[in-house]
Design a protein around this ligand. Structure first.
Ligand SMILES: [Zn+2]
Ligand SMILES: [Zn+2]
Length: 368
């Protein structure tokens, strides 16, 4: 400001006024964020020389989609990085997400129906959240296959890589169908078989995310035991199970994890599940199932499955899938499924438990 008691000449006074006017014009609120240079965006720090305000820091590690994950209780949340959101820098819509056009007839600015294409990241993040992935599967991706637990065993590495290829192949076929560019594939169910911890659920979750990211469809994850307990709750509370089942029937892609798990299901619960599977089959909806139980003709070889001997208290060792879920549901699944078996792969959960915990702790520490 003008120093007190000092007489300025006219030239200095004008220079002061001009400076003041310029700083008002460039108040932070008036600078559209898409005008920021890439450099300042990446740096994410305040740059008083240029803006006099703090630009948001990148939290997505420059992800090409601009989407990142943050933990929220036992779930994770997907959000759009404030620094990399394509909407913020969109020159088409000026960051509003809406496109306008001057109507020559009404002589008014009008909003064009449908959002600007820069809104895709926001929509994708919302769809990813609607999957309701358990936190430990949020980072599942076809691009980051965990192979550490297989050591240098090339046969096992080949096996898991083949599983990934087959799952991805199913997804690509189904994606053409979901985007209405191709007719329905012969099999619209994908069933992943194998012992606990071999990567079935991880692969299934990678598929759910892939479908959302590639096609913008709706996807849902549901744990079999959790679903049974939810159904039981509606029964004891005398409320309708429709609230629970409707979104599962209608999701473009549904993953039912650990099919057949638990014991002593009531007949009516299995009937509801039977209806769900049937409805998805009849409506041609893409469905992914994972299960520890095998078809009756297959058996587990404990050694190949990574155990020294048959594990105690593991019912999947003694019972087959149709024994667990009933012949009717089983037949439907067999008829409509591409099967991918993870049998013979060791459990990465046991091998990696410590490594996983360490990574998880490090991530939690970083986030807090
Ligand atoms: Zn970012
Ligand atoms: Zn835009």
């Amino acid at each position: 400001m003008m120093p007190k008691g000092k007489i300025l000449n006219m030239e200095d006074a004008f220079a002061q006024m001009e400076k003041l006017a310029r700083s008002r014009e460039q108040s932070p609120q008036q600078i559209s964020r898409f005008q920021q240079s890439d450099e300042s965006r990446q740096r994410g720090s305040s740059d008083p020389l240029t803006f006099g305000t703090t630009s948001p820091a990148c939290v997505c590690s420059q992800s090409p989609t601009g989407i990142y994950m943050k933990s929220k209780g036992n779930r994770c949340e997907f959000a759009v990085c404030p620094a990399c959101d394509p909407q913020v820098r969109c020159e088409e819509c000026g960051g509003t997400g809406q496109l306008r056009r001057f109507n020559l007839l009404t002589l008014k600015d009008e909003i064009i129906a449908g959002a600007c294409s820069c809104r895709t990241a926001q929509k994708r993040a919302e769809l990813l959240n609607k999957i309701q992935l358990p936190q430990r599967y949020c980072s599942a991706s076809f691009d980051t296959l965990q192979l550490d637990h297989l050591g240098k065993n090339s046969a096992l590495i080949q096996k898991l890589t083949d599983c990934r290829e087959r799952v991805l192949n199913f997804c690509e076929n189904a994606a053409g169908y979901l985007s209405e560019q191709e007719s329905a594939p012969e099999k619209i169910f994908l069933t992943l078989l194998g012992p606990v911890g071999t990567g079935k659920t991880l692969m299934g979750c990678a598929a759910l995310k892939w479908f959302v990211e590639e096609t913008g469809c709706t996807a849902r994850f549901v744990d079999f035991l959790f679903l049974l307990s939810q159904l039981r709750e509606t029964y004891t509370q005398n409320s309708s199970e429709e609230k629970i089942l409707k979104p599962l029937r209608e999701a473009d892609v549904l993953l039912i994890d650990e099919l057949g798990k638990g014991r002593a299901e009531k007949a009516w619960q299995m009937e509801k599940l039977d209806d769900l599977i049937n409805s998805r089959y009849n409506e041609g909806r893409v469905t992914i199932l994972t299960t520890n139980y095998l078809p009756p003709e297959a058996t587990y070889d404990p050694v190949r499955a990574g155990f020294r001997s048959a594990p105690a208290n593991e019912s999947f060792w003694e019972q087959s899938l149709p024994e667990r879920i009933g012949a009717r549901m089983y037949d439907r699944i067999v008829e409509s499924s591409v099967f991918v078996d993870f049998i013979g792969l060791p459990s990465f959960r046991r091998h990696n438990a410590e490594g996983f915990l360490q990574r998880h702790r490090a991530e939690s520490a970083k986030e807090s």
